[in-house]
Design a protein around this ligand. Sequence first.
Ligand code: URP
Ligand code: ZN
Ligand code: ZN
Length: 457
Amino acid sequence: MNILIQYATIVTSKQSFNADIFISNGKIAQIGSSLQILKPIDKIIDASAYFVFPGGIDPHVHMHLPTPAGYSADDFATGSKAALLGGTTTLLDFVTPQKGQSLIDALIDRKEEANSSLCDYSFHVSPIEWTKTTRQEIKDCIEAGITSFKVYMAYKETVGLNDEDIFKVMHTVGKLGGIVTLHCESGDKVEELRNKLAGENKVSPEYHPVSRPPETETESVQMAIEMAKLTKCPIYIVHTSVGNSLEFIEKAQQEKQQVYSETCPHYLLLNDAKYKGDFKETAKYVLSPPLRKKEDQNMLWDAIRNGIIKTIGTDHCPFNFKQKQAGINDFRKIPNGAGGVEHRMQLLYTYGVLRNRMSYNQFVDITSTQPAKIFGLYPQKGEIAVGSDADMVIWNPKKENTITAQNHHQNCDLEIYEGFKTIGAPEIVIANGQIVVENKKLVSSPKGNFLKRKIEY
Ligand code: URP
Ligand code: ZN
Ligand code: ZN
């Protein structure tokens, strides 16, 4: 399909300018004014009232995640549909092997599960144990197009690694030119606190944040940075939630260590006041790390402005209320996580750009260009340039919406942003040169591709 977008205000991470865009065979073929088009044009879009942004890249989602309370509520089909409707065209999910399973076998299985994705996708692969073959397995994954490996400093009893093994992963990945992403919470301390609270019959969701105090993140961030320095491994700290963690991240960045940091919309827009109330009202906010204080929110916004936080992922991992009820008598049994993949762009545009907390170019950088650069997808993704994939959002800056579980497309009866008003939304979404969303509706069913990533970034 050949599409001509006319009179667009194109916004990239570096500049904003007016031009036309010609899309052919899934790629951006020409950009400029008064373009000479030699091919037949199937569709002309008048974008004079709109912005054109590169399609969003969500670097942190968990579709179809197995837990003792069942799979997370969105599978790849429903979650990617919600993503497209919100202007996100690429997803980075995770591969978590079973104990004893090789990383490459787990990758093959996960690719099968992601086959129904409407968005393009890749995965961060998680070593959950260190064995004689892990080094070779990491190499096999790099060969298969994976550049990032995720380790959990929490959840020790299931997927978490001890510091010694994290050190080995960093040493290996660093030498091979990849990047290690980390869930930073001191697992042992959290476990001790959870059990202590339960022993005192403090079992309602309000004790979830008490069991994961800010220092469990901050000291774990410090430890991760220290190990990364010793192993010379680039790292990416997922879902940074605590203001004090930023001090250590900033210091490492100033010392030219390759330390990237991500936060999530819920840490910017919600705080721990949400844990006061009955189970129905509070259980949906049980996610890890927990929501923090208002001061942390302000520090995270500042860190975005100052470029210390480079990306915003949603950690999309919704559960239905029935699943959350597994922990009605014990917050430790509530499956951790909430949705957000559909709302990331709208929330950041409304509460970031329109509130002068970030510029238009920074919005593009943080929602698309940086994830592409950090994770080996650039300039195929994350850019509006000739030769890049034609993934773009034609953004209507006037479209208003109120987020609610009644009208969202995430496959979940809970909504942590219930009642949030947004201004600005996708008018049209184009993925790989195909119009996929128009007028708030999915108008075609694209087949997402597994993206083989490259090690040089
Ligand atoms: O609560 C969360 N974040 N659930 C998903 C898994 C993780 O830790 O990222
Ligand atoms: Zn996590
Ligand atoms: Zn996560």
